[in-house]
Design a protein around this ligand. Sequence first.
Ligand SMILES: Nc1ncnc2c1ncn2[C@@H]1O[C@H](COP(=O)(O)OP(=O)(O)O)[C@@H](O)[C@H]1O
Ligand SMILES: [Mg+2]
Length: 250
Amino acid sequence: MLTLRTENLSVRFGRFHAVQDVSLTCTGPGVHSIIGPNGAGKTTFFNALSGILPASTGRIFAGGRDITRLDPSSRLSLGIARSFQITSLFEEETVMENIRMAVQAKRGKRSQFFRRAEHNPDITDRTRYFIDLFGLEKVADTPVSQLSHGLKRIVDISLCVAGEAGIILLDEPTSGVGIDDIPRIRRLIEKLGKDHLVVLIEHNMSVVLGISETVSVLVRGTLLVTGAPQDIQSNEAVQAAYLGSSHAPA
Ligand SMILES: Nc1ncnc2c1ncn2[C@@H]1O[C@H](COP(=O)(O)OP(=O)(O)O)[C@@H](O)[C@H]1O
Ligand SMILES: [Mg+2]
């Protein structure tokens, strides 16, 4: 089930092809990174995968099921989550409360939505499990508004996992993050890759090359190449595509 596949996927803005004819299979568990110069269409590709933008042509499959026409919330309930770069966090609530709400949103639907979350041992245990999993014990009772940018990112990613997604889309999770928090985010993504499919857009090449099983390169909306990190790093076409860019993979 941990497969996300596009077939000749294109996304157009007017006459401009932001994503053009991309056929890509991402198979988990593991980390599959998507890299490419600024404006290559990476975020647009993610928006199409998560259902925020409609595909102009082509199809998208999750575990063999055609999800091309499903809205974002239907894709989420199938287990495809996208981290929303912090905007989905409840800033005034504690880390624990944020995670509890994500757990409850998933679990509460099933059986006990009429009970208060605090009195629901299942939700409480599950929330604690995620607090431990993400190493958030020390900040569990801290309001999100008081966290560093890097820790907010970690809480944001944890919400995808707490919502029990199997496929997690992360768009530049280290961007704007202080240098001290980057190794922690890197370790977290690596850990998630053990039992999730993580599709990662990332500029930090040491993160990409260190934790990805597979790397795909997008250039001007088209897929240039997909391969193992070391092959991508030494690929001449990839080097050429990055000429003049500050994010070269070398
Ligand atoms: N809503 C939009 N309307 C028009 N053009 C857009 C829109 N979103 C993105 N684009 C354009 O599509 C191209 C790809 O953008 P994007 O997917 O954000 O690239 P990346 O994430 O790789 O930097 C860019 O040229 C961008 O200006
Ligand atoms: Mg982008």
